[in-house]
Design a protein around this ligand. Structure first.
Ligand SMILES: Cc1cc2nc3c(=O)[nH]c(=O)nc-3n(C[C@H](O)[C@H](O)[C@H](O)COP(=O)(O)O)c2cc1C
Length: 362
């Protein structure tokens, strides 16, 4: 099993088709059978036939937009869809609130609002398709003619121990494939980034994460710098990468660690890894790294127990709540180890001339 986005691009595309069929089929049916349908549901008939027909025609047009989105996914059309469905939901809700339409119309409000979300998620995925790919493949590495040294640097930050466990398994995967691994923990300078946390420290971390306030941090590095792979691990804090890790990648001090090297991102989280991965991937790319993979690993359990348990863990150091155990499952840790193996075995780009037949026979 591979860890993928909650809703894949393919599923989002088929959801576009679903709303297209609903709008394209539903509106003509509504116009044709409005009288018996409204009477059966005991809804008063629309006061103005002309306005009702016009509304159905506009909704039909939205169906055409959704159908074109399905046939040829396009970010511009998705924006039209977001605005259109958003307005439909808001206007219908308003007219229900002032008691001008029946409660049945709330179904349209829910439907249209749900599709605003679907279109928005699709819009994000279309904006950065490489991030989706990086979530389940390992891209080709940089040219490694020298074959040696097969040495990796793993940079990580772990407050509650999840990242530490994940890193152990990643290292096991890498070393099993012949890698030597150097570990460098991100050392945050401020005392609020410690575990266990007080309520005050937790609130400060959250507020600072909301405003993306940089955090002071440094790395303790070994003398040898001959790595061909750098893996950056981070927990998610308030839907983004942990501030000390992000600050470290954003600054110029450690840029040389990433420049011209293969790099991978590993995020551990309660459930939201996509934005953290995106932030770290873009930071690494800006630092000149060749990013080959970016994975997120969520904690085990079900919501809302998993969320409650996180607070429970942070503030009371408890590991179990309502039968849910805090942290990554054994299965998830197995995926992490497999990532180590996949990274170690990643395909390297060869210089073009070694692929020519005459060079092969030389
Ligand atoms: C201050 C704080 C905020 C967090 N916010 C989120 C969040 O928004 N989304 C999420 O999925 N996990 C969130 N988490 C959970 C951690 O990402 C998760 O438990 C992670 O596995 C912790 O890794 P660590 O044990 O290596 O520190 C948060 C944790 C902390 C400490």
């Amino acid at each position: 099993m591979r860890v993928r986005p909650a809703i894949s691009g393919r599923q989002l595309r088929y959801l576009c088709l679903l709303t297209a069929l609903a709008n394209l089929g539903g509106n003509p049916l509504m116009l044709a059978f409005q009288r018996p349908a409204f009477q059966a549901l005991q809804i008063p008939l629309p006061a103005d036939d002309y306005l009702f027909t016009l509304q159905c025609a506009l909704s039909f047009t939205m169906g055409v937009v959704a159908l074109v989105m399905f046939i040829r996914p396009d970010r511009g059309l998705l924006i039209i869809g977001i605005v259109g469905k958003g307005l439909y939901a808001a206007i219908t809700y308003y007219f229900w609130a002032i008691q001008r339409v029946d409660a049945w119309f709330l179904l349209f409000v829910v439907w249209d609002a749900a599709f605003v979300l679907v279109f928005f998620l699709y819009w994000i995925q279309l904006a950065q398709p490489d991030l989706v790919e990086l979530g389940h493949s390992v891209f080709a590495g940089l040219d490694a003619r020298k074959e040696a040294p097969r040495r990796a640097l793993v940079i990580g930050l772990s407050l509650t121990g999840n990242g530490r466990k994940a890193i152990d398994r990643l290292v096991a995967g890498l070393t099993g494939e012949g890698y030597t691994v150097d570990l460098a923990w991100v050392q945050a300078h401020e005392s609020i980034f410690r575990f266990p946390m007080s309520w005050g420290a937790f609130a400060r971390v959250i507020v600072r994460a909301f405003f993306r306030v940089p955090a002071k941090a440094r790395l303790e590095l070994p003398a040898r710098h001959d790595w061909d792979l750098v893996v950056v691990e981070s927990p998610t804090w308030l839907l983004g990468a942990a501030a000390p890790v992000e600050t470290l990648l954003a600054g110029g001090e450690y840029r040389d660690l990433f420049k011209g090297r293969d790099a991978a991102v590993m995020v551990v989280c309660r459930g939201a890894w996509q934005r953290s991965c995106a932030m770290l991937v873009r930071r690494l790319e800006r630092a000149g790294a060749n990013v080959v993979a970016a994975r997120g690993y969520p904690n085990q359990g079900w919501e809302p127990a998993r969320l409650m348990l996180l607070w429970w863990k942070l503030l009371a150091k408890r590991d179990r709540l309502w039968g849910v155990q805090y942290g990554l499952s054994d299965e998830m840790l197995g995926h992490v180890q497999q990532l180590g193996v996949d990274l170690a075995r990643r395909v390297r780009n060869r210089p073009h001339w070694t692929l020519l037949p005459e060079a092969r026979h030389a």
